[in-house]
Design a protein around this ligand. Structure first.
Ligand code: C2E
Ligand code: MG
Ligand code: MG
Ligand code: MG
Length: 287
């Protein structure tokens, strides 16, 4: 009986694996088509300076408008693109779009702001990433000083010594580096000090947990660490006023989340830049 059950289980497992492989192949093909047929788009989510309430930067976030399946989340297609290697091409596409949008915003005479671009661990692990980014910057209108690359903590922590060198090469280009999803990886504090980075981005899970002692404690620790290491610190995933009040009181430098705005169409960026959120930054009890 056990043997028969084992066999049935095995067959089921195989079928499931097969279905997944087929699904991935299909998505790989569709993604290739999506890139060539304008189904991919970027949205931009503002980041607010807590001292002034001004929008000082925007994070570029990818979207896939699938003709039949509707909007597909990057959480669903980026892992596939990473497995197939398509993320390299996608990454280049993102940078090209960012430059195109910056030219458009500049043509409207908008104030300059920083643009944050997510870089997958697969992209980061490519030996030629610094060369690729340099080639991009050489041809782009966007100056390096307006570009920040977001790398996840786990990406830069695997083989930290080699990554310190690579980060150095990127930094030499004049751009900024942020550590995304900070607190979810396993940073060695001694390495962190040696990493040529500019920004720590507190993972949104800790912001969501701010109403718990642990959550608040971790956020406090990351903000204190940022101050010690002289880094900029940003919190993402802010949805509620109490989260905002807490982060402002603790001196978090930058804020990002649905409370302020969802990721926006490039056309809606100009209006957003006109906004000032200083009223929202006043603690609730003083209203
Ligand atoms: P991430 O870089 O950590 O981006 C933050 C995610 O949180 C975004 O999800 C954003 O839309 C979402 N978010 C922002 N504010 C709030 C909030 O107040 N509440 C909640 N619940 N969520 C909020 P999104 O756009 O779905 O992207 C998910 C992830 O996909 C990103 O996480 C990033 O890892 C990846 N991704 C997105 N665009 C790109 C890209 O161009 N390249 C690469 N390599 N990865 C990307
Ligand atoms: Mg990010
Ligand atoms: Mg993040
Ligand atoms: Mg993330």
């Amino acid at each position: 009986v056990a043997k028969a059950a084992g066999r049935a289980c095995f067959r089921f497992y195989n079928e499931e694996m097969n279905a997944r492989a087929v699904e991935q192949l299909k998505m790989e093909e569709e993604l290739r088509y999506a890139m060539s047929s304008n189904q991919l788009e970027l949205r931009y989510q503002p980041q607010i300076d807590t001292r002034t309430g001004a929008v000082v930067s925007m994070e570029a976030l990818m979207r896939w408008k699938h003709p039949e399946r509707g909007m597909i989340s990057p959480l669903d297609f980026i892992p596939v693109a990473e497995r197939t290697g398509q993320i390299i091409e996608l990454g280049d596409w993102v940078l090209g779009e960012v430059d195109r949008h910056c030219r458009y915003w500049d043509s409207l005479g908008l104030p300059e702001f920083r643009v944050c671009v997510n870089i997958s661990p697969i992209q980061f692990n490519q030996d030629d990433l610094p060369r690729r980014i340099k080639r991009f910057l050489d041809n782009a209108k966007l100056p390096a000083s307006r570009l920040e690359l977001e790398l996840t903590e786990s990406a830069i922590m695997t083989d930290a010594p080699a990554n310190i060198k690579k980060l150095g090469q990127l930094k030499e280009l004049g751009l900024d580096v942020a550590v995304d999803d900070f607190g979810t990886g396993y940073s060695s504090l001694s390495y962190l000090k040696r990493f040529p980075i500019d920004t720590l981005k507190i993972d949104q899970s800790f912001v969501a947990d701010l109403d718990t002692t642990d959550g608040a404690g971790i956020v406090d620790a990351i903000i204190a660490l940022s101050n010690t290491l002289n880094l900029r610190v940003i919190a993402e995933g802010i949805e509620e006023k109490p989260q905002l009040d807490y982060l402002v009181a603790k001196g978090c430098h930058l804020l990002q989340g649905y409370f302020f705005a969802r990721p926006l169409y490039p056309e809606d960026v100009p209006d957003m830049l006109q906004q000032n959120f200083s009223q929202d930054l006043i603690p609730a009890e003083q209203h």
